[in-house]
Design a protein around this ligand. Structure first.
Ligand code: ADP
Length: 172
């Protein structure tokens, strides 16, 4: 489906209506993609996040994008991988579902995702890619108003995992 694309790049530079932040539950910033987004968006993003009272794993909250090109940031804390028996798969699926639902509520037509949970949170990237591709493709099928979903992968191995997961999804 052309409405879904997988690219290598820096999500901070994305020009989509919204970008998704692989946040932590405090929503007060962290390392990885979270730190990069906060640095690029500026202090006002942190100030808005401070009013939100955190966010549970798998849920999502929206803020403005401030200095980013994206108008909105959707913050979703992914699960920390603890071996796979602690609902990690369902919680990761919830990140994608709840982020997309929030995008819809806010009239967002184009959105970029990072590879949620596969950095410091150590979720196995092939399994994460399978879940992300399934949730995004199911959402696109049911929501013709969403024009473009982009997976912005930071490195070649991550991109390869998502490309492979998409091919597997399309063959199934
Ligand atoms: P988590 O805590 O959810 O694992 P991380 O930020 O540690 O989040 O990593 C999630 C993914 O985001 C990793 O693949 C990491 O390489 C990637 N990443 C880091 N910085 C950026 C960026 N600027 N743009 C896109 N992806 C990024």
């Amino acid at each position: 489906m052309e409405r879904f694309s997988i690219i290598k790049g820096d999500i901070v530079k994305a020009k989509t209506d919204a970008i998704v932040n692989a946040a932590n539950t405090s929503l007060l910033g962290g390392g990885g993609v979270d730190g990069a987004i906060h640095r690029a968006a500026g202090r006002e993003l942190l100030e808005e996040c401070e009013t939100l009272g955190g966010c549970k794993t798998g849920e999502a909250k929206i803020t403005h994008g401030y200095k980013l090109k994206a108008k909105y940031v959707i913050h979703t804390p992914g699960p920390i991988w603890r071996g796979g028996k602690w609902d990690e798969e369902e919680l990761l699926a919830n990140c994608y579902r709840n982020s997309l639902a929030l995008a819809k509520e806010n009239g967002i037509k184009t959105i970029s995702f990072p590879s949620i949970s596969t950095g410091v949170y150590r979720f196995p990237v092939h399994l994460a890619a399978e879940i992300a591709v399934r949730e995004i493709m199911n959402y696109l099928r049911e929501n013709p108003d969403m024009e473009q979903v982009t997976m912005v992968c930071f490195d070649d191995d991550t991109k390869a995992a998502y490309v492979e997961a998409l091919a597997a999804y399309q063959q199934a």
